[in-house]
Structures are given as structure tokens and as C-alpha cells.
Design a protein around this ligand. Structure first.
Ligand SMILES: Nc1ncnc2c1ncn2[C@@H]1O[C@H](COP(=O)(O)OP(=O)(O)OP(=O)(O)O)[C@@H](O)[C@H]1O
Length: 525
């Protein structure tokens, strides 16, 4: 079946991928998971680490008869040092793990779960009967292996359970809800006639930019499948959005206000909507958005609800428990804290000195690491600061905020993402959810209003565990956040400016206790 290449110390063939050690430099690597390629798969001559990965390899080859089989590069799993392959319905010959083993794997992956009968995490995207084309699209997008949040959320979602998911910024939450949505939508197409094509899923997000990004990603992952999307955000002509929906779409991605507007003015049939996602749920359930989000929820008939954020408070848990039955709570990594991969550099700068300070940073070859995002607290401030930086440094700097037209916002974001301009000054519109992959530096020129927004803005400096830096200006005006900020810095081992630690607004808060936002229980299954 397979040859044992090197097994002097342990003659037992490794059944499972996680039993295998990491490969040392120069050693063969498993073509599936990148661990030590201890064996050779006879059928392919590829290096593999275990029976499990051999089965995965053969299944992949069988599934990809039309697609040339390539040996994937070593998979980099960003959180924790290991990736695990657990149970896969496609590979019945692999013995399933006991509940205690699953619990231990979740522990190692930093996945916490709460709820009844929680499905096991999956090992790869070809599990759970996802359409072949979707698996191919994931692979083509470079998603060789699911991230921990995807490992747990995808099977839980496919089992039709409502979910409340908290996971670090940049950990892959978007695909964790898009993959099951696309799989679900593709299934409907097979069963229903072309003439009946009301939407099947709605994703709500708080900003237009985030909706654009989610819709773009949905299109990439759903390419070639019978899966159409509609973007419903303010600033774009409503008539076009209605036309698109009337012509049949599977997924609507939108902001709450525009979606309500559309639903009130037009008769959109929501009967078939069975999946409702609230991305950045804590923001969507805050005053301002909550009524609109609830109005949309009530217009649906018992949908599966999936809620996501890097910052979920107990009140959100309480609210969701009161609205939904038999929910699963999933927490991955260290939600409720700034991403560990971002170095936080907090500097005490008096308000009058802030501009001078940012000019110095941007002029400094040592400190300026473009492309960079600068966060400010007001729209006027964004315009003024972008102009001032241009005047002082000669760099072209653009601003993005809610007062710009949608056309301008799109165009400016495009110029920033394509590298045409290297600095963007913005309000919170880019603070949450935005996947600014090339950005490794953010500057919080103004502290945001809450420590949660701080966590999200800092998170723009790192995706998938890449290292980044957040430079943060603070002064006495931010005193209401001193306690929480000092605690967050202490937990991260980041230096705390003397003025901040000596402030009476900081000292009233104990720096000894960690912010506890994780689910209280680990792996109940
Ligand atoms: N399985 C995967 N393999 C490789 N890259 C992935 C995978 N899943 C997601 N990514 C990439 O990781 C990055 C972060 O993903 P995503 O934007 O979904 O994070 P997030 O958890 O929603 O973050 P945030 O809380 O900041 O919104 C994206 O660039 C995405 O393309």
C-alpha cells in the first residue's frame, strides 16, 4: 500500500496526520499537510506523513481528474503551531477519533465550543460534501487548508445550526460563512427550476466597503457555480440593485439601511432565505443598526443565523441566546484582544503635536512601512490630515470616509489596494473587516471611541498571522479608555507610556486581571 522509508525508531505506521512530527530542514514533506513525509504513496510516489494524508491525497486525485494534480506548497496555518486533520466524511477508512481526542485537538487549535452535539472539525475543504468546483475555487484562491475557525464553523454551519463565532481579526471568518452558503446555494439549484430564484441567503455588514469585499470574495469562491450575488448598499442606484435581484440571485450582501429601504419599497420575495449572516455582529446589534437588523431578521422565516466578530461581549451572547434555539458558540484564538501578530507602539503625543509627529514618522525610512492606513475620528479630520501629509511629505495621500460618494470611495479604495497610493487616511469605515492584505502598518492618529474599535483598527495591520505594527497616539483626551488600553497593552507585553501608566484614570483600574472574553468552557463534545 505504501512503503515505509524511514522508521527505525517507530515501526508503527502513523494513522493520523497529527501523530506525525514537523519536518526538519531538508527532510521530505507531506504533500498534503507539510509534516514529515515519512512514507511514500505507492500510487503517486509523493511523500506523505500518514494513512490519513495518503487517503486525502488519493481522494483529491480522484476528485480532480480534469484538473492537473499539483503537490501543494507547505500549508501555513497561522494560529498555533500545528494544523490538525480530524474527521472527514469522505474518508470512511480512517478511524474516527474519540470525543476526548477531538477535545484535545480543539484545545491545541485553540478552538472553544459551547452547545449541544457540535459537529467535529474538518481536516480539509473536500470534506462535508462541498461541491467539487467550490473546492477547486478554494484551492485556486490559495486556500489549501482551512484555518481553525473554518475547520469548526464550516461543518457546524452545514449541520444547519445557528452560530455565534468570535475569532481573531484576520483569521478567515469570511470564508467560514461563504463556503457553506455557496455549498447550500449550489444544492438548491439542482433541485429547483430556473423560474423560481428568490435569494437563499443574506449577509449583513456595517459598511459599504466591507459589503463590497464580501461580495467580491463570494464571487471568487462561487465562480463557475450556479451562484449569483447582489450588492445592496447605499450610494449605488437602487434601481440596478432591484433589477439584479428580480433577475434571480442566490445571495444578497448589504448594509442594513439600504436593505430595509429596498424591502420597504419593493416586493422582494424572502420566503426562501434560510441563511442570515451578521458579519461584525457586535456592531450590527449596537444601537443605530440593531432595529434595522432585527427588522430584517423578523422578515425571514426561522433562518439559520450565523454571527461573527473578533469582539463579542456577553450581552451579545445573551441577546442571541434569547433569539435563537440550540445555538453553537465557537471561539477561536484570542478574540477580544488585539491580534498577537501586531506590535502595538503607543506614543504619548499632545494633540497639537500630532501632525508634526505623523510627518516625522512618514518621512522616516526606518519607521514608515507603506502601504499604511491612518485612522482619524472625523470626516473633516480625514480630509485635512491627508492634505497636510501631502503638503509636508510630498506623498500622494487620499482620504476615505462616509461623506464621499460611493463612486469616490470605490475608486479611492481601488487606488490604495492596487498600490497607486501608499497612504490612506480614513475614519472607521475601513476599521472593521477590511482585508487590506498588503498593509502591515496602521497609525491610530486619533484613538477610537472604544477598545473594541481599537482591536479592529489594530487588526488591519495583520492578516493570517503576518507581522504588522500599529502606532497609536494617545493623550489626556483619551482618558476614558486609559484603563482598558493599559490592560490590553500589559496583556500583550507592549510598553505602556509613562504618562499613561501614571495617570489617575489608569491607576483606578487593576492591571493584574486579564480581559476575559473567551468562552468559559472548552470542547464539550
Ligand atoms: N484557508 C485559507 N487559506 C489561506 N488564506 C486564507 C484562508 N482563509 C482566509 N484566508 C485569507 O486570510 C485573510 C483574512 O481573512 P478574513 O478577511 O476572512 O479575516 P476575518 O477573520 O474576517 O478578519 P476580520 O475580523 O479582520 O474581518 C484574507 O486575505 C483571506 O483571503
Amino acid at each position: 500500500m505504501y512503503s515505509v522509508k524511514e522508521s527505525k525508531h517507530d515501526l508503527r505506521v502513523k494513522e493520523r496526520c497529527f501523530e506525525q512530527r514537523e519536518a526538519l530542514p531538508g527532510e521530505p514533506r507531506c504533500v498534503i499537510c507539510g509534516r514529515y513525509g515519512e512514507y511514500i504513496c505507492d500510487q503517486t510516489d509523493d511523500d506523505i506523513c500518514s494513512v490519513e494524508c495518503k487517503t486525502a491525497l488519493l481522494a483529491r486525485i480522484a476528485a480532480e481528474t480534469k484538473i492537473p494534480v499539483k503537490a501543494p506548497a507547505r500549508v501555513k496555518v497561522p494560529f498555533g503551531d500545528e494544523s490538525f486533520c480530524v474527521r472527514d466524511n469522505n474518508f470512511p477508512d480512517i478511524p474516527s477519533l474519540h470525543a476526548s481526542q477531538i477535545a484535545s485537538l480543539r484545545n491545541k487549535l485553540d478552538i472553544c465550543v459551547k452547545g449541544e452535539a457540535i459537529p467535529d472539525p474538518i481536516m480539509c475543504f473536500s470534506s462535508c460534501g462541498l461541491p467539487e468546483k467550490l473546492v477547486h475555487n478554494l484551492d485556486a484562491a490559495g486556500y489549501t487548508m482551512p484555518t481553525p475557525v473554518q475547520m469548526q464553523v464550516i461543518p457546524a454551519s452545514i449541520s444547519n445550526r445557528s452560530l455565534l463565532v468570535s475569532a481573531d481579526t484576520g483569521s478567515g471568518k469570511t470564508a467560514s460563512f461563504l463556503v457553506p452558503i455557496i455549498a447550500h446555494c449550489s444544492r438548491r439549484e439542482l433541485q429547483q427550476s430556473e423560474s423560481k430564484r428568490g435569494p437563499l441567503a443574506i449577509v449583513l455588514a456595517p459598511t459599504r466597503e466591507l459589503c463590497l469585499q464580501v461580495e467580491d470574495q463570494a464571487k471568487v469562491l462561487g465562480k463557475g457555480l450556479p451562484f449569483k450575488t447582489a450588492l445592496v448598499v447605499g450610494g449605488d442606484p437602487l434601481a440596478q440593485q432591484i433589477y439584479r435581484i428580480e433577475n434571480g440571485v442566490e445571495l444578497i450582501v448589504g448594509t442594513p439601511g439600504r436593505l430595509i429601504d429596498l424591502l420597504m419599497k419593493h416586493n422582494v420575495d424572502l420566503t426562501d432565505v434560510s441563511v442570515f449572516v451578521l458579519d461584525e455582529v457586535d456592531c450590527l446589534l449596537e444601537r443605530g443598526f440593531r432595529d434595522q437588523a432585527m427588522q430584517i431578521f423578523r422578515a425571514l422565516s426561522c433562518p439559520q443565523v450565523m454571527m461573527f466578530s473578533a469582539t463579542i461581549h456577553p450581552e451579545i451572547e445573551k441577546l442571541s441566546n434569547s433569539l435563537l434555539n440550540n445555538m453553537i458558540h465557537i471561539s477561536c484564538g484570542n478574540p477580544g484582544k488585539p491580534n498577537k501578530s501586531v506590535r502595538q507602539v503607543v506614543i504619548w503625543v499632545e494633540s497639537k503635536q500630532k501632525k508634526q509627529k505623523i510627518f516625522e514618522i512618514i518621512k522616516s525610512k526606518q519607521h514608515f512601512k507603506p502601504p499604511a492606513v491612518v485612522f482619524v475620528s472625523s470626516r473633516v479630520g480625514a480630509d485635512l490630515l491627508s492634505e497636510a501629509i501631502t503638503a509636508a511629505t510630498g506623498l500622494e495621500v487620499i482620504s476615505i470616509h462616509g461623506e464621499k460618494t460611493m463612486k469616490e470611495r470605490r475608486e479611492r479604495l481601488r487606488r490604495f489596494l492596487t498600490g497607486e497610493v501608499s497612504v490612506v487616511v480614513c475614519t472607521g469605515v475601513l476599521g472593521r473587516g477590511m482585508d487590506l492584505v498588503k498593509v502591515h502598518q496602521v497609525i491610530l492618529f486619533d484613538m477610537p471611541n472604544s477598545i473594541d474599535e481599537y482591536i479592529h483598527q489594530v487588526g488591519r495591520a495583520s492578516r493570517m498571522g503576518k507581522e504588522g505594527v500599529a502606532i497609536v497616539f494617545v493623550n489626556e483626551e483619551d482618558r476614558k479608555l486609559f484603563g482598558e488600553l493599559a490592560q490590553v497593552l500589559k496583556t500583550a507585553g507592549a510598553p505602556i507610556p509613562r504618562e499613561l501608566s501614571n495617570s489617575k484614570f489608569t491607576s483606578s483600574v487593576s492591571l493584574g486581571t486579564d480581559r476575559k472574553r473567551k468562552l468559559s468552557s472548552r470542547a464539550h463534545s
